[in-house]
Design a protein around this ligand. Structure first.
Ligand code: SF4
Ligand code: SF4
Length: 468
């Protein structure tokens, strides 16, 4: 067996961390096969998607964009403002629950196929490393060999490429928060003209560079909380990547009498990016990358044996028992997921493109003009336009049975695209007509933009002892 630089994996300890706490670097070998092919395709598709989302326009706004200048959040054609922040609860809990649901059904498929950490590490960073330094054995020999001119040259090329990659991703990341035009202006101007953003980009660049150049699989093993959850979410019927012990054991070289299908070639360990041996069972370090499936299938094909000694299957299936996809736990999860989707859809689609609030102005609750015999209440009306076109509306007040007069009403108001307008509204009533607190309806209406919103506010006078 060729040594790929790691101690023989042991289920009771983390392969990539030595007993004294120091780091054991993994040099995963190259692998090819059907899962590698599809995973690469999905990975490149996702990289294009991550890069394109802030640039794709839906309803005139970027598909995903948090505008730090205006505090507007655009998500696939919907626009949220600061007051919609409560929806974040549904989004965060919805994403978390969907992840739990997928894990209960398909194990760590997200980690292996969709997580940006795996996508960039496997499909970009490790490919750069392979192109510059060569295969796993060459990389290990180079890393452990003496410092020569060749080593310095290769290290410089590799780390420069990692830094450039981190710099590009940091800019892509920033494009989710500042407009492309502004981003371009920043890129062509000097750092001290926009210190804040420059420092943010450099910080993200350095964090990414540290991750790509050194931290790598440690992020999944020691930092990511999702990895810790998986054992609680997976049961014997969840589809995971596992080794068929019944078929593979006892291990033995080809031709050994009574030996199972596993020839103990260690190829599945050599290709594992977290340095574990899947034959020791499901482990927290397994990110579900499927490298070991392709590696073992390759070996089985060469040996003229059936593929699938390591495969996607449930723990039940790997024992030769039936996998039940429909079980009480999953039915309960599905039920909760549907409720969550329903509530979230109701909340999101209930959001109006124009919102209004009407609040009493700070200061005295009412003003009594004894000379003229009038009572005055003042309100502040705030109209928020979440559309990316200007809207026009009329502001009106109404109160049945009370002869009120309004100032700042009966006129057309134009609210700019993604903007807001604040209007003071003064409501006056003859003191003789005031018989106690009553309600005034403040309404905005637009025939052109087809909306009508109203709020009721209390009108206070001398008989009201307290504020609303
Ligand atoms: S690659 Fe397959 S045959 Fe080789 S050690 Fe792993 S499980 Fe056994
Ligand atoms: S055990 Fe297999 S699927 Fe899990 S991380 Fe290692 S190579 Fe990937």
């Amino acid at each position: 067996m060729k040594s790929f630089g790691i101690k023989r994996p042991n289920r009771d300890s983390v392969t990539t961390i030595n007993e004294d706490g120091s780091r054991q670097i993994v040099y995963p070998a190259d692998v090819s096969g059907r899962f590698t092919f599809w995973r690469r395709l999905v990975g490149y598709g996702l990289i294009i998607l991550y890069a394109a989302l802030p640039w794709i326009q839906i309803n005139g706004n970027p598909a995903v964009f948090l505008d730090l200048d205006t505090n507007h959040f655009h998500l696939f054609g919907l626009t949220f403002v600061g007051q919609d922040i409560w929806l974040g609860f549904f989004v965060v809990s919805g994403v978390a629950f969907s992840l739990y649901y997928v894990t209960a059904l398909l194990g760590r498929v997200w980690c292996g196929w969709g997580c940006p950490q795996t996508v960039f590490l496997d499909h970009v960073v490790r490919r750069i490393e392979r192109i510059v330094e060569g295969g796993a054995l060459e990389r290990k020999a180079l890393a452990q060999g003496p410092w020569t001119l060749r080593k310095m040259r290769l290290m410089m090329i590799k780390h420069s490429l990692f830094f450039i990659l981190s710099f590009v991703i940091a800019h892509l990341f920033l494009s989710y928060f500042i407009t492309p035009h502004k981003l371009y202006l920043m890129m062509i101007s000097l750092p001290w003209e926009h210190w804040g953003y420059f420092l943010k980009v450099m910080f993200v660049t350095l964090v990414l560079y540290f991750n790509f150049a050194w931290f790598r699989e440690q992020f999944c093993i020691v930092l990511c909380p999702y990895g810790r959850f998986q054992s609680a979410l997976i049961d014997d019927h969840s589809v995971i990547i596992g080794y068929d012990e019944n078929r593979g054991e006892p291990r033995g070289k080809r031709g050994t009498e009574g030996a199972g299908d596993c020839v103990d070639c260690m190829r599945c360990v050599q290709v594992c990016p977290t340095g574990i041996d899947i034959r020791q069972g499901l482990q927290i370090e397994c990110i579900g990358c499927s490298n070991c499936i392709d590696a073992c299938d390759e070996v089985m094909t060469k040996l003229d044996r059936l593929k699938g000694l390591i495969r996607y299957d449930s723990l039940q299936g790997l024992k030769g028992l039936e996998t039940k996809f429909i079980c009480p736990r999953l039915i309960l999860y599905t039920f909760f997921l549907l409720i969550g989707i329903g509530v979230m859809s109701w909340a999101i689609f209930g959001i109006r493109p124009v919102t209004m609030s009407a609040l009493r102005m700070v200061g005295a609750p009412y003003y009594l003009d004894s000379e003229k015999g009038m009572i005055r209440n003042q309100y502040l009306v705030r109209i928020l336009n979440k559309k990316n076109i200007a809207v026009k509306c009329m502001l009106e007040i109404e109160s049945h049975d009370h002869p009120i007069i309004g100032n700042g009403v009966h006129e057309e108001i134009e609210i700019p695209a993604l903007g807001e307008v604040m209007r003071p509204v003064v409501v006056t009533l003859p003191q003789s007509a005031f018989k106690g607190r009553f309600h005034v309806k403040i309404e905005i209406e637009s025939e052109v933009n087809r909306f009508s919103i109203s709020k009721t506010v209390p009108f206070l006078g001398p008989s009201d002892k307290e504020d609303e």
